[in-house]
Ligand binder design. Structure first.
Ligand SMILES: [Zn+2]
Ligand SMILES: [Zn+2]
Length: 213
């Protein structure tokens, strides 16, 4: 499988391109700015995006949805709880304040355990609420794309609409800690000394997963 980690946009969010080497079908996780550059790389890799998966609905992670969908025809995928959050007037007003390009409505709502196929690869949805009610991690062949749920040595804020600390800690402990230790963690921001980690390392070092610095 092809994996590209790109830091895009003013908020320095990680966008990921995942591609099937054989069929060239692809998934874009969190298109977050610099769409021309992203499209150029997709073209260079000769990939055909089938899905845009948003790890959650925050505008810094969804601001590229409109342009990438328009250019590639890929379907926008979000967890149903974050689709609902976007429809909440108070939350929507909070998100609008940040001045990012709004996302078109999601084409596909997903929930825990759902699987999306791209070529010979499969992306499994793991619901990890807490940073937002519909935050998800995407598990693909030993790789875990964690959005703002889990960072290297840290975890996402909970002082945002729908955020909840205890929910986040349970999700990390129940859903992520049980994955194999060698699972590669690909976070949504670079808040650590490294741009990737593993579940084993986070269990040892990350206080949000019961570890110690
Ligand atoms: Zn966020
Ligand atoms: Zn973020």
């Amino acid at each position: 499988m092809i994996i590209k980690q790109l830091m895009l946009g003013e908020d320095e969010v990680f966008c990921y391109i995942l591609g099937c080497e054989k069929t060239r079908e692809a998934v874009i996780i969190d298109p977050c700015g610099e769409e021309d550059r992203l499209l150029e790389i997709i073209r260079e890799l000769q990939l055909q995006p089938a899905y845009i998966i948003n790890t959650h609905c925050h505008p810094d992670h969804t601001c590229g949805n409109a342009i990438i969908k328009e250019a590639t025809g890929a379907e926008i995928v979000m967890h149903q709880a974050d689709i609902a959050l976007l429809n909440d007037p108070q939350a929507a007003e909070y998100f609008d304040r940040h001045g990012f390009a709004p996302s078109p409505p999601a084409d596909l709502a997903v929930d825990d355990g759902d699987i999306l196929f791209f070529g010979n690869c499969q992306a499994e949805i793991i619901h990890t609420p807490g940073h937002s009610p519909g935050s998800i991690c995407v598990y693909v062949d030993g790789n875990l794309f964690t959005g703002d749920s889990l960072f290297v040595g840290a975890a996402g804020r909970v002082d945002v609409p729908g955020g909840d600390f205890n929910t986040l800690i349970s999700a990390l402990g129940d859903k992520l800690a049980s994955l194999p230790d060698d699972t590669i963690v690909w976070p949504g921001h670079d808040y650590g000394e490294s741009k990737t980690s593993t579940i084993g390392r986070e269990k040892q070092k990350n206080p949000y997963m019961g570890g110690e610095w």
